[in-house]
Design a binder for this molecule. Structure first.
Ligand code: CU
Length: 204
């Protein structure tokens, strides 16, 4: 009785290994969108990649009324991409008095500086493109960055510079890279005609 069982298992294994297909090389996962490598984060400031179209199209940017909240002694989100003309709300969701100090990142010139008490909301319309620094004068560790662009598509790169801009319709675009270091800012024409378009920015 025991012998029959062992035999049955052995046959089972044999037929199983016979039907195992030959190993196929693992395919690279397809990246959906426009992707590449931008300059890595410099001075704690992430690079930004934007895609502008020659005609007015609705992209992923410019939708809704984004907010930056103050909670747990942090700004949330810490990075926000905004389209030119968009309104950003600044809120404070905790019972600690904060302040929002918005300044132009490169010149350090103050745009506004206002207290944000609990449940208060400050709205600001961004009518100039560029990078902005958001700090709280009460709590020096609190910091966020806002990048304002005319373009319909854009993303913050990862710390190492990798970026993916998803869901870009076919067409010709101007791809711009903004880095904290002006030497690394570039612009190039990109043809998007497949689901996956790699852009070589010459970054090692
Ligand atoms: Cu604060």
């Amino acid at each position: 009785m025991i012998r029959t069982c062992v035999l049955a298992i052995a046959i089972g294994l044999a037929s199983c290994s016979n039907s195992t297909p030959e190993s196929v090389p693992e395919e690279m996962p397809l990246i959906q969108g426009v992707f590449g490598q931008a300059p890595p984060t410099a001075n704690g400031i992430t690079s930004v990649v934007t895609l502008d179209a020659p005609t007015l199209i609705q992209g992923s940017l410019g939708q809704g009324n984004p907010t930056i909240d103050q909670l747990g002694l942090e700004f949330t989100p810490k990075q926000l991409l905004v389209q030119l003309g968009q309104t950003v709300g600044f809120t404070n969701s905790e019972s600690i008095g904060h302040n929002v100090h918005l300044s132009v990142l490169e010149s350090d010139s103050t745009v506004f500086n206002t207290d944000t008490d609990t449940s208060e909301r400050v709205d600001y319309i961004f009518d100039e493109a560029g990078a902005y620094n958001v700090t709280c004068d009460v709590h020096p560790g609190m910091q966020a960055m806002i990048y304002v662009t005319d373009a319909p598509f854009g993303v913050f790169a990862e710390e190492n510079g990798n970026f993916v801009i998803p869901d870009v319709p076919e067409g010709t675009y101007t791809l711009s890279v903004w880095s904290f270091n002006p030497d690394y800012r570039t612009e190039q024409i990109v043809e998007v005609n497949t689901l996956s378009t790699e852009v070589d920015l010459g970054v090692q």
